[in-house]
Design a protein around this ligand. Sequence first.
Ligand code: HEM
Length: 143
Amino acid sequence: MDHIEDDALCAAVGGPAGMRTAVDILYRRMLDDSSLAHRFTGADVSRLVAHQRAFLTAAVGGPDLYSGRDLGAAHSRLDLTDAEFDALCEHLAAVLRDLGAPASAAAEAVDRLQRLRPAVLRAPVDEGPRKGVEDSGGDGPGV
Ligand code: HEM
């Protein structure tokens, strides 16, 4: 398991409670950031909670806990930009530093989020009509 790494990162920001605080502050700052806030207008609270959990998990537990498909599906309609993703990463790094985490720990957390960038930004929205799924057998396991 990845618990050694997780523990190191988590401990650097004051344990699980510290991470929760960090995500809480991160959210406040995102909602306060006029370049990001509009993205969350109208989002249902339970989704925001899911979002917070996702960040917590991704930042502390690594990206493997989320499949690219779930993230792609969750964000595909939003058509998010690299700049928005960058803004979020910068907020996270700043919050972690403000809470006293060493720069290396903040960088590690951001690095973990960065690995999810392709999944979050990939927006296969209206790539044309889906002609029906061919068959679940022949193509191998996909990506
Ligand atoms: C590593 C980065 C990210 C992770 C791990 C993540 C995770 C998630 C997850 C798991 C959901 C699904 C929640 C649910 O429907 O139950 C979600 C939805 C959402 N995410 Fe993200 N997200 C990331 C980046 C972003 C960014 C950069 C933005 C915008 C600035 C954003 C805005 C949203 C919004 C608005 C929803 C709700 C979509 C809806 O209501 O249909 N996310 N995110």
